[in-house]
Design a protein around this ligand. Sequence first.
Ligand SMILES: [Zn+2]
Length: 141
Amino acid sequence: MMATSDQFSIKCKHCGKNLIFDQPYPYHAGFADQGFLYNDAGTLTLVWSVVDPIIDQLFPEQPAWTLSLINRWHFEKLLLPAPTGGRWRFRNPARCTQCARPVSKHLFHSIHYLVYPGSIITDQNNQFRLLDYMTSAAKHR
Ligand SMILES: [Zn+2]
């Protein structure tokens, strides 16, 4: 399969599979004020805006972009499971869809993210929809 101009690909260094993403390049989360996590399988991405009001509501004492480790853990616990199962976690790497090994860290610093098919982008069209993907515990704060 060939990548078109609005896609890019990474060749898995473990199994050689060509991973194709529907994005022109790995997005830089900092430029767009976004946060992101991968699911346990490492093949789905959850993206949110750091100015989503729910972040401020949940962690009023901290700027969202610099969530402390303990707040990251609380944040993860408030998220619903990924659509394909498993949790969203900050420590999950992006993985190859074929062999499940982590995609090379040398290629992309963690500030860049990949959007796998079926990923959840909660800040599209200037909307803030992160709460839709959180448990009822987040809604009752
Ligand atoms: Zn692979």
